[in-house]
Ligand binder design. Structure first.
Ligand SMILES: Cc1cc2nc3c(=O)[nH]c(=O)nc-3n(C[C@H](O)[C@H](O)[C@H](O)COP(=O)(O)OP(=O)(O)OC[C@H]3O[C@@H](n4cnc5c(N)ncnc54)[C@H](O)[C@@H]3O)c2cc1C
Ligand code: SF4
Length: 333
């Protein structure tokens, strides 16, 4: 069994952890990543909830643990085929890879905020996404397009999640706590800034999340309003005018801010249509058994890890990716 090749499709944190664990179990993993670099989405974040640890302190050790593992970058896998004693993965560029098994760790895509036209993303220069705010934090400069620092910022929850109109009915799970974390970081980066989060429900489900939510209010003065922004418009001086319904008091509200941050949800990647794997109603790949077999797919030899099966935190992703190696070892013995 030793040194059998296992294909790992996707080089985000799930793929890196799965590959490292597979090598420890005596396999020869081969990572296939569509981008030029491995690391996936987490490599694009600045500091992480719940502790505000720099993202590089999570990504760098994972990369180090996968050092020396054969990696094909710049190759998007578009199809999987069962072959005699294994699986074949076919790239968009025609490359073919064969292994005894494959781990699908293709992660998620960010919701395209332009689809929610009422918020003006792509039209108004000071409407940005949470991913773009992470980039500003990473670059050490949070600014409006004019270069000025914003003094009033609104953060809108559930953009492209829990929204039947755009066909994304699921909760993306990590964006409430991301919005809380980003609100705190805005007050740290821009002393005196006023931050208001608009939410439908606050889902602070994880360890330490509720505490962070409370701290954001008590220590950082963040305001939370239960309500949905029905419309955003641009003023002549490029600020953003919001029409909101405060659903707790049942009153309409108008507010003008310098910057609007849209907490974009996690959606199933558009690619991978031809992997032949069943999907859940939310579009993410379906595990064979959602209780006891979350890393097995319904196709023998094809396994799943990380956010390929739905929104997850880093800890959940990494734990699942470590489990997949043990599952494969047990199945192939
Ligand atoms: C704005 C935001 C902030 C977040 N902040 C935090 C945080 O602070 N703390 C926390 O715990 N979690 C956070 N998360 C969640 C975290 O990003 C995920 O848990 C993590 O990215 C999941 O890793 P993954 O490897 O499953 O997927 P991804 O990071 O999406 O990686 C998937 C990889 O697969 C590659 N790929 C995709 N399709 C193919 C293909 N067909 N062929 C080859 N390669 C392919 C992609 O290029 C990518 O490199 C955040 C999420 C969002 C949206
Ligand atoms: S985690 Fe919060 S912001 Fe994200 S979809 Fe769920 S309720 Fe909305």
């Amino acid at each position: 069994m030793a040194q059998e090749t296992i294909l790992v499709i996707g080089g985000g944190i799930a793929g890196l952890q799965a590959a490292a664990a597979l090598r420890e179990e005596g396999f020869r993993p081969l990572i296939i990543e569509r981008s030029a670099e491995v690391g996936g989405h987490v490599a694009q974040w600045d500091r992480l909830f719940p502790t505000q640890l720099p993202a590089r302190e999570v990504v760098a050790p994972l990369m180090a643990s996968a050092e020396g593992i054969e990696t094909a970058t710049g190759c998007e896998i578009t199809a999987l085929e069962s072959i005699d004693r294994g699986v074949s993965a076919i790239g968009a560029d025609g490359r073919r890879f064969e292994g005894r098994a494959a781990v699908v760790a293709t992660g998620f895509d960010l919701f395209d905020a332009r689809l929610k036209e009422e918020y003006g993303y792509g039209m108004y220069e000071n409407v940005i996404t949470s991913a773009e705010l992470e980039r500003m934090f990473r670059e050490g400069r949070v600014a409006m397009r004019s270069g000025e620092a914003p003094r009033r910022v609104a953060i809108l929850h559930c953009v492209g999640s829990r929204d039947e109109k755009v066909g994304q009915n699921h909760c993306s799970k990590v964006c409430c706590i991301t919005g809380i974390k980003q609100a705190i970081e805005l007050t740290e980066a821009l002393p005196g800034v006023q931050v208001t989060n608009f939410y439908m429900d606050l889902r602070a489900f994880g360890n330490g999340y509720e505490e962070l939510y409370r701290r954001s209010q008590v220590e950082h003065g963040i305001t939370y309003i239960r309500g949905r922004i029905s419309e955003a418009g641009e003023t002549q001086d490029k600020r953003i005018q919001l029409k909101v319904e405060d659903t707790l008091v049942g009153r309409p509200l108008r507010m003008t801010v310098d910057m609007l941050v849209l907490l974009v949800g996690m959606r199933a990647p558009k690619c991978c249509g031809s992997f032949g794997l069943p999907r859940q109603a939310n579009g993410f790949f379906a595990p064979r058994d959602p209780y006891t077999g979350t890393v097995r797919s319904s196709i023998p030899g094809v396994y799943l890890a990380g956010t390929a099966t739905g929104p997850k935190t880093i800890a959940e992703t990494v734990n699942e990716a470590a489990t997949v190696a043990l599952r494969i070892k047990r199945d192939l013995l």
